[in-house]
Design a protein around this ligand. Structure first.
Ligand code: GLU
Length: 507
């Protein structure tokens, strides 16, 4: 790559970031880091009607949680991120003063024109066309019959503007041209300009539309590659024409595939998440629970999102962020939609949970415990328990179910197991076991196992008569890891008490 890589993620702050948006940000980030470039966050807030309070901060928090922070972007009171470099500001609302000049350049060059058509008159045209089975397009076809500066005298245009009439500035799409478009993922495309409409670029309220603002900003911010969702592919023809009209160098484009529903057709929506019970947002937003709050690790989210539309060309599925940066390429992004698989996201989380150092899991485990009324400061003890139960867990929130008996003695014993395991002579055996355990000072798993097994073989008991009832009285159920690991973690006193109590209750 010869030119300096500068890419931008350009969300509109109209609500929380959908995971599709996070993936767009991630691919931009990976591409930037791979090429030692710059990852920019630009807030596209020109449409004040759709502005949602808190959405911008949410976007920043989500990127930071995923560990994909921007290098340049809006300054925020809540973030340590800078940065108003010479390319800023990074909120389009703060760049408002810039855009009019560029709309005027297009007017001067004859590449754009004023239009005064009211919404009502445009609606009437649309309806009229529909009735005739046609589609109304504002372009070469009919622009001279409409209310604009191409169809009226310059004095009238000047008068209307001077009198404060609402207007828009439209792009003048040249007829009969074949536009050649290039997309890194989709290859070459050709479009006949006759099918394009004259898009609105600027409005008399002083605000540019997305199209003008994003092209001007991409140019001024020296964006080298525009990496964005497939839904913007239909805008590419206009954007290319705008670059040509200004005489600017065009960045390279890459339009990412849609993320599809887990089942059926169509793109993944918030409803799918609600129906099937998985998050669609990185962080919680109002009543929608996010990946973070659901207990996912950011490494898992980043890993599954990276593979949702990109593949490394090998069977490898597990990637750290560093590996992704090293491997990522836009050429390996697929054209077709990528099906979202909620089970796979869990699989990733399970993997990253297993990878995580047990000591680092303690704080989250403590939260789970305190939700269940258990407070313990003994971190070494918690670390031991984590080591015993973790392999069965996908989330730290699974830990309570897997470990409750370490903290609370069983109040009841699982009925079926009890029937099967508690036989006539079990109390006697448990009594004998009590005396054996009482003599053991070193209550390590290995030592208790050795001593108990020795006693079993001396007495010629069968394992089946001792071990399952022991598990039942300690755990309350037949679940759990190696029983000697459990009693060792519980300690001698608690182990003896549980056995004694069971003998009392069950007789
Ligand atoms: N503001 C647009 C959005 O909300 C950005 C499109 C682009 O990246 O050009 O997705």
């Amino acid at each position: 790559m010869t030119k300096k890589v500068r890419v931008r993620f350009a969300p509109s702050p109209t609500g929380p970031l959908h995971i599709g948006g996070v993936r767009t940000a991630l691919y931009n980030y990976l591409f930037a880091k791979k090429h030692k470039g710059t990852f920019i966050l630009r807030i596209e807030d020109t449409d004040q009607n759709r502005y949602v309070e808190g959405a911008e901060q949410y976007i920043i928090d989500a990127l930071n949680w995923c560990n994909i922070p921007f290098d340049e972007g809006p300054t925020s009171e809540h973030s340590h991120q800078h940065t108003d470099s010479s390319f800023g500001p990074y909120r389009q609302s703060e760049r408002k003063h810039l855009y009019k000049k560029y709309a005027d350049i297009l007017l001067e060059k004859g590449k754009a024109y004023y239009a005064f058509d009211s919404n009502e008159s445009l609606d009437a045209h649309r309806k009229n066309h529909e009735e005739q089975g046609k589609t109304f397009i504002y372009n070469w076809h009919n622009r001279l019959k409409l209310d604009n500066s191409l169809s009226m005298m310059p004095e009238e245009v000047a008068n209307r503007i001077a009198s404060g009439e609402d207007y828009v500035i439209r792009f003048l799409t040249p007829p009969d041209e074949k536009l050649h478009l290039v997309d890194i993922i989709r290859g070459n495309m050709t479009i006949d300009t006759n099918v394009l409409d004259d898009k609105v670029l600027f409005k008399s309220d002083g605000m540019p539309t997305y199209h003008l603002a994003s092209i001007v900003d991409d140019h001024l911010m020296e964006i080298s590659h525009v990496i964005r969702g497939e839904e913007w592919l239909p805008s590419l023809a206009l954007h290319q024409q705008l670059y040509d009209a200004f005489g600017w160098e065009t960045p390279e484009f890459a339009h990412l595939p849609l993320i599809m529903k887990p089942v059926g057709k169509g793109k993944l929506s918030k409803r799918d998440g609600e129906k099937l019970g998985f998050p669609v947002f990185p962080l919680s937003w109002n009543e929608s629970v996010g990946y973070k709050e659901e207990g996912y690790y950011p490494e898992a989210v980043v890993n599954f999102l990276a593979l949702l539309g990109w593949n490394p060309g090998t069977e490898q599925e597990l990637f750290s962020l560093e590996e992704l940066i090293a491997e990522f390429s836009l050429e390996r992004v697929q054209k077709s939609g990528a099906r979202f698989d909620p089970d796979k996201t869990k699989w990733y989380n399970q993997h990253y949970l297993q990878e995580k150092k047990n000591a680092l899991i303690i704080p989250d485990f403590q939260k789970v415990l305190s939700k269940n009324g258990v407070t313990t400061q003994n971190e070494a003890h918690l670390e031991d328990i984590i080591a015993l139960i973790k392999e069965r867990a996908t989330f730290v929130s699974d830990f309570w179910e897997l470990s409750d008996y370490f903290f609370v003695a069983p109040k009841t014993y699982e009925e079926k197991a009890l029937k099967k395991q508690w036989k006539e002579n079990t109390s006697n055996i448990m009594n004998e076991l009590l005396s054996v355990l009482e003599t053991i000072d070193n209550f390590s798993s290995k030592n208790t196992e050795e001593k108990v097994k020795q006693w079993i073989s001396e007495k010629t008991y069968s394992f089946g008569n001792v071990m399952p009832p022991l598990r039942l009285v300690i755990v309350g159920d037949m679940k759990g890891p190696h029983i000697f690991d459990i009693i060792s973690a519980l300690g001698k006193k608690e182990t003896l008490e549980r056995i004694e109590k069971a003998i009392q209750v069950l007789g």
